[in-house]
Design a protein around this ligand. Structure first.
Ligand code: G3P
Length: 234
């Protein structure tokens, strides 16, 4: 237990990742001391205004010193494998993100045989897709909860079913709850047994805040000033 290359609290579930390619957000969240890793994707790179996948990924690795996922662009297995070979050589912390497609499965199978084959299988929307990427050898299965909820489905049910299947058959693949929209999703993902939850920075900020905390603190400080006078410390 303790700090290690795979998280702030290696060995303790659940890990908390930031879902962003914005280096400033990573820097802020890392300073809070609760961040284990980061997930990026091409859309997040676009939002962060960077096309330099390697430089951005390594900048994030340098800050978080934990798992950082970088996604391939190729759609054929050969291309994904070639990209993965390069991406995984950038740092021991980097995971390659491979989409759950037929070509993706072929790539996952091949990459998982490498000594540095750290794979985050992405764009998962069913327990069957999670089962297949686990069989192929993925390290993480990223289930897109919010996008399913957006479509009127129950995204968290896929997390629950995947957890049960992985436990029932002993798959070492870790369940990663992604596409998180709000703090309640984080609570549900924790209760559903997700190994990792990746959250946008806005959700992380919401997680720590409570108006009751603010009001409680304000009252404590006001009461303290009454007995000790302004500016006095205990
Ligand atoms: O990291 C991928 C996933 O979290 C994307 O989320 O918000 O684009 O559905 P979203």
């Amino acid at each position: 237990m303790g700090a290690g290359p795979f998280g702030v609290w290696e060995g303790i579930v659940a890990l908390l990742f930031l879902d962003t390619a914005d280096v400033n957000e990573v820097r802020q969240a890392a300073a809070w001391g609760v961040l284990d890793g980061v997930t990026t994707n091409p859309t997040l790179m676009m939002r962060a205004g960077t096309a330099d996948l390697k430089a951005t990924t390594l900048e994030i690795v340098n800050i978080v010193q934990g798992p950082v996922s970088a996604e391939v662009i190729s759609t054929d297995a050969e291309g994904m494998i070639a990209e993965a070979r390069e991406i995984l050589n950038w740092s021991e912390h980097v995971f390659v993100k491979i989409p759950c497609t037929v070509e993706g499965l072929k790539a996952i199978r091949e990459i998982s045989r490498w000594p540095n084959g750290r794979i985050n299988a992405t764009l998962i929307f069913s327990p069957l897709q999670a089962y297949l990427v686990a069989k192929a050898g993925a390290t993480y299965a990223s289930i897109f909860v919010g996008r399913m909820d957006d479509a009127g489905l129950d995204g968290m049910e896929v997390v629950r079913q995947t957890r049960a299947i992985f436990d029932r058959y002993g798959f070492p693949c870790q369940v990663l709850a992604a596409s998180i929209r709000h703090p309640a999703h984080v609570v549900e993902a924790l209760l559903a047994g997700a190994d990792i939850i990746t959250v946008p920075f806005g959700v992380l900020q919401q997680m720590v805040r409570s108006p009751f905390t603010d009001a409680g603190l304000e009252r404590f400080l006001a009461d303290w000033r009454k007995v000790a006078g302004a500016g006095n410390r205990p």
